[in-house]
Design a protein around this ligand. Structure first.
Ligand SMILES: Nc1nc2c(ncn2[C@@H]2O[C@H](COP(=O)(O)OP(=O)(O)O)[C@@H](O)[C@H]2O)c(=O)[nH]1
Ligand SMILES: [Mg+2]
Length: 255
């Protein structure tokens, strides 16, 4: 058999390699820590640990910067990174983008935390800005629901309940019940740090950099961009307004 013929036949086995993100769609790459319930239980404070969140924010920043995204959002052990419709990294190859984002997240987290950690990855597509706003509302409300549950679960565990007792006690309980459970024990859920309830965002901000022109000695001003981390996010409609602001600031300059 000719080597070329073998290669052609074998390439046919790379069945997913031609798959591309839909042209013109907004994209979110989301990575999620694999088996982080156990991983965090062995290494971090429960239910929340600022040191863990810091590493997640560092990982999200690395993804945003490396993959040329416009906005990153992290809550719990997940990170969503948003890309504009005209983004064309890796020719929008799904395999490449999903694997590289999970790889980058795993490497960055591992390096920062000093222990091996693995992330999975997936791609989400949105047809318009409305869908993007809904996506981030969805992730934020999921985070907030899980934060309340996590606080209740670990409060019960610390009182001596076993894992299954705590799970059973919270099964099917609504938000009011869970808030009350905490309140009875001196915890006002509305007062726990915002990053635990709403997550953190990372995006680009413009700033003016002062310099001196070495030829003329004159002071100069240049517009630069840098990453900004926000751990005091608004929610609901206010979060939507906030996101609209980030999206419009990320628009490509008119030609
Ligand atoms: N100790 C600790 N655990 C956290 C923190 N943030 C998220 N987690 C845990 O990470 C897990 C994430 O959930 P999920 O992805 O569904 O679980 P997985 O499938 O085990 O990774 C939950 O068990 C959270 O309690 C944190 O700040 N500290
Ligand atoms: Mg996970």
């Amino acid at each position: 058999m000719e080597p070329d013929e073998l290669a052609t036949r074998m390439r046919q086995g790379e069945a997913f390699h031609g798959l591309r993100l839909l042209p013109g769609a907004w994209t979110v790459l989301r990575v999620d820590g694999r088996g982080f319930s156990r991983f965090t239980e062995e290494r971090y404070q429960k239910p929340f640990d600022p040191a863990f969140h810091q590493v997640m924010v560092r990982t999200a920043s690395a993804l945003l910067e490396d993959l040329q995204g416009v906005y990153a959002y992290t809550q719990s052990d997940e990170i969503s990174v948003l890309f504009r419709p005209d983004w064309s990294l890796f020719d929008r190859s799904v395999e490449k983008l999903v694997s590289v984002s999970a790889g980058l997240a795993s490497a960055t987290f591992t390096h920062a935390a000093g222990v091996p950690a693995v992330f999975d990855g997936r791609a989400w597509l949105g047809v318009d800005e409305r869908a993007v706003l809904d996506y981030f509302q969805w992730r934020q409300s999921d985070g907030s629901r899980c934060a309340l549950h996590g606080w209740c679960y670990w409060t019960l565990r610390k009182e001596g309940r076993t894992a299954s007792q705590a799970t059973r006690e919270l099964d099917g309980r609504n938000v009011g019940y869970k808030n009350e459970l905490l309140f009875q024990r001196g915890v006002n859920f509305n007062e726990v740090p915002l990053w635990q309830r709403r997550g953190s965002a990372i995006f680009w901000e413009r700033y003016q950099k002062e310099g001196v022109d070495p030829r003329t000695g004159q002071r100069t001003q240049a517009s630069r961009r840098r990453l900004k981390v926000d751990s005091e996010l608004p929610m609901k409609e206010a979060y939507e307004t906030y996101l609209r602001g980030v999206l419009s600031a990320s628009e490509p300059a008119p030609a």
